[in-house]
Design a binder for this molecule. Sequence first.
Ligand SMILES: NC(=O)c1ccc[n+]([C@@H]2O[C@H](COP(=O)([O-])OP(=O)(O)OC[C@H]3O[C@@H](n4cnc5c(N)ncnc54)[C@H](O)[C@@H]3O)[C@@H](O)[C@H]2O)c1
Length: 382
Amino acid sequence: MSDAVLSQFKQEEAKEEIKADRKIKVGIIGTGGISEGHIASYLQMPDVEIIAACDIVPTKAASVMHNYHGVKNCRCYLNHKEMIDNEPELDLVSICTYNTQHAGPAIYALEHGLHVILEKPFTVTLDEAIEVMKAEKKSGKILSIGFQPRYDYSMQYVRDIVQSGTLGKIYYVQTGGGRRRGIPGGTFIEKSTGGIGALGDIGCYSLDMVMNALGHPKPLTVSGYTSAFFGQNPKYNGEDAERFSVDDFGAAFIRLEGGIIIDFRISWAMHADTPGDTIILGTEGALRIPSCDCWNGTIEPGLKLYRDVCGKQTETPLPYIPKGEPLLFYRKCRAVIERAIYGKEDAMIVPSSEIIYNQAIIDAIVKSSELGREVEVVIPEI
Ligand SMILES: NC(=O)c1ccc[n+]([C@@H]2O[C@H](COP(=O)([O-])OP(=O)(O)OC[C@H]3O[C@@H](n4cnc5c(N)ncnc54)[C@H](O)[C@@H]3O)[C@@H](O)[C@H]2O)c1
């Protein structure tokens, strides 16, 4: 793991008072880069114990848990089934596997009566997400999808503005983002592990930022496009070009219930610095969110509200609300514990019933791109 990845999760002791009269037993599935965010957060919670971890790469789980984190009594296994079968005391698992290994472990954990925090994107395909939701419904357990920007105060401010009606009826949203050059490596770039590329890595965050603000209207149709001109070209992607088998760019025109359009684009690599700001147009006003890496958890300062006031066109800079402490990863893991273990109904999880629309849009972009035409979004009953 790189220092850049690890340093993201060094945080001040979380200041909340937690009564530690019962240890909640957590297991980690997949001990790669992002598991650090989960592990570091749980280790800050006096009422939580990471009793088990697993990774299909032999010795990886032990190396992370025993050697790096010093959690010597954590029992380590070679996959999620072996871990869950041998650890009847588990309450909750964090699933930190690559995308094509989201659905299987999530279903297995739910079927074995465990609460689940599942990293984003929900899954690779809509069909997989539906299967996970069926298992969730049958189990009655809590499933939360790992969109930590939901816990960011600036993101919540954007949602509050849209939900307040200040902009009137929303009819058009332009969103997305991306990098001029920033194709990751590792498990992200192959179909067998990542499943999808920029769409699932960063596109899902831009979609969640606006879908959450809009209150999750149902997607109806999608005309989508994906390409891989940079990922598959050794000039831009070196030796990784040969194994690159996912999208490095995606775009879509998405029709939502209520007559709302999303115009979306996302990029791991392109010959421009940004595909544009996020703009939300309503009948009474508009909101501009400057182009930013919203997947890093927050929007940048520079939010602007446009309205006509007494016949005059106005432009109001809105305040940026800092992320604050504890870190977003702590908030996302803690919220699930509060809801699932302590039964606090107001603890904000990221429910599958909302993220299924995000997944349906991504699935439809891939299908539409393959077919070269618009597709209808059909979400089966669960
Ligand atoms: N929320 C965020 O900010 C954020 C950031 C980066 C990545 N992610 C997501 O987290 C996931 C993992 O990303 P990463 O960068 O850690 O990838 P990674 O490849 O570094 O780690 C994944 C690990 O899972 C292991 N694994 C796969 N299948 C397994 C199984 N069945 N049982 C046990 N271990 C298994 C792999 O061997 C690997 O070590 C991805 O879905 C990614 O989209 C989220």
